[in-house]
Design a protein around this ligand. Structure first.
Ligand SMILES: C[S@@+](CC[C@H](N)C(=O)[O-])C[C@H]1O[C@@H](n2cnc3c(N)ncnc32)[C@H](O)[C@@H]1O
Length: 218
């Protein structure tokens, strides 16, 4: 996205002013919204990290007027897009953009207010593993007991890919950056959950070999 940084979008996005449009978000945003809303509370603060274009946040916030959604991304072009989508939505329950990079130490300290849930869609496989580590650690500090961490994306299960297409995707990610890659729910993320007092609550199979994974803070 930003010209001076590694390209983080893996697809050709549409543009309208600062607003970016992701073809994959157009395809999967209804499914993600519907599954996320099964687990998110009716009311309270939700922090989204790695919002990208901002489309998912606006789409979910539009369907959940009781939530206060805070969207953002460390990438400048993404933040401009998030701001554009928020403005165009006319919604008053979504705010941002923040610039949180979850691989930074104590990224949660700058946040004001309380959050019932933290959401990250398609982020931890397109970032070094330090991002996953930082996400769990910060979420562990930020959320109270019963708070939720929701992840969406492709994941390995117990050391194996769940589909040949995911294995090929993993190889293509690692070719772009050897620090990227599809994470394993049991081998990579279970230890992070354990270290930061999260219990895995649900793993929901999603279209195209993706998963929604729900963790609850103990
Ligand atoms: C593939 S995009 C996904 C965007 C959006 N969530 C979606 O699904 O359409 C991944 C996003 O994660 C962001 N990201 C990468 N590393 C991050 C980090 N350490 N902390 C927060 N966001 C990060 C990138 O800037 C990028 O916008």
């Amino acid at each position: 996205m930003a010209s001076n940084k590694k390209e983080t979008a893996l697809e050709k996005r549409g543009e309208n002013g600062a607003r970016l449009f992701s073809p994959s978000a157009a395809r999967n945003r209804d499914t993600i919204r519907d599954v996320f809303l099964r687990y998110l509370p009716d009311a309270g603060g939700v922090l989204e990290v790695g919002s990208g274009t901002g489309e998912h946040g606006v789409h979910i916030a539009a369907a959940a007027p009781g939530l206060r959604w805070l969207a953002g991304d460390p990438d400048g072009a993404a933040r401009a897009s998030v701001a554009g989508h928020i403005a165009a939505s006319g919604l008053d329950n979504i705010d941002g953009p923040h610039g949180i990079d979850v691989s930074e130490k104590n990224w949660d300290e700058a946040l004001a207010g309380s959050f019932e849930a933290i959401v990250s869609i398609n982020m931890i496989h397109i970032a070094p593993f330090t991002a996953a580590k930082g996400l769990f650690a910060g979420a562990g500090r930020l959320l109270r007991t019963g708070g939720l961490l929701l992840l969406y994306g492709p994941f390995m299960r117990g050391g194996a890919h769940t589909a040949p297409s995911n294995e090929a995707f993993d190889a293509s990610l690692k070719a772009r950056d050897p620090r990227w890659g599809v994470r394993d729910l049991e081998h990579d993320l279970a230890p992070l959950a354990q270290e930061n007092a999260f219990q895995r609550h649900a793993v929901v199979e999603m279209p195209a070999n993706n998963f929604t994974v729900v963790y609850v803070k103990r």
